[in-house]
Design a protein around this ligand. Structure first.
Ligand SMILES: O=C(CO)[C@@H](O)[C@H](O)COP(=O)(O)O
Length: 233
């Protein structure tokens, strides 16, 4: 698997979450769940009890994105609940190394998210501690926002940093470069060309009449771009 598609349930019908998850289970790789607390972001969604229920009722690994003010307190609990991946925000954590290690120790992949205005450089040293680097391509908080083109430069720099870490360490480090926000059939190719290999898409999947077909269409676009980039390099 060289890329991942993670439909965001922020755009789904919250009264039918298990069915909405099932609709994409054969075509997606993860299910993205935005946990928002109305402090770190001005929106309120679901918390640990809902995620615990989803873990038991959803076939896809859960990709938990913590848009909350105190990820150091909560992230390990989501990992222990059985999430596949738990991502904390660089702007919210006070102890990134400790929290990322606690996520991994609890059996989940650890992710670090950078909001659009947050530079990559101060966090490059943390790359060995993460399984997913999430470059936000909109301000976190809401779905259906316009893709922020300037974030692509950070995606390109992140791709260089990840590839250079792989060269220097001489080992194949599993490290996904994820983008989230405004990812759709019109923008996913630019994200893939910039080096992203993990794609969160909310409205592009769940506003569609056929969410599974929408996932397949996004995958096809990202795959064909990856092919062109590989052949050119
Ligand atoms: O984390 C977020 C928003 O904070 C995202 O996961 C959104 O849910 C993406 O929605 P679309 O932009 O794809 O509609």
């Amino acid at each position: 698997m060289t890329l991942r598609i993670s439909p965001s349930v922020l755009a789904a019908d919250f009264t039918r979450l298990a069915d909405e998850a099932d609709a994409v289970a054969d075509d997606a790789d993860l299910l993205h769940v935005d946990v928002m607390d109305n402090h770190f972001v001005p929106n309120l969604t679901v918390g640990l009890p809902v995620v615990e229920s989803l873990v038991k009722n959803v076939r896809l690994p859960l990709d938990i994105h913590l848009g909350i003010a105190d990820p150091d307190r909560w992230a390990p609990d989501y990992a222990e609940a059985g999430a596949g991946s738990v991502t904390i925000h660089a702007e919210a954590t006070h102890a990134p190394v400790r929290t990322l290690r606690a996520i991994r120790a609890a059996g989940a992949q650890a992710g670090l998210a950078l909001s659009p205005a947050t530079p990559l450089l101060p966090y490059e040293g943390l790359l060995e501690e993460v399984d997913t680097l999430l470059v936000m391509t909109v301000e976190p908080g809401f779905g259906s926002q316009k893709f922020l083109e300037f974030t692509l430069e950070k995606v390109r720099r992140a791709r260089e940093a990840i590839d250079s870490l792989r060269r220097v360490s001489g080992r194949e480090i599993p490290l996904w470069l994820q983008v989230d926000g405004g990812v759709n059939e019109a923008t996913i190719e630019r994200c893939a060309a910039a080096g992203a290999d993990s794609f969160v898409a909310g409205s592009a999947v769940y506003a569609s009449d056929d969410p599974a077909a929408a996932v397949r269409a996004l995958r096809a676009k990202a795959e064909s771009t990856q092919l062109v980039v590989t052949e050119a390099s």
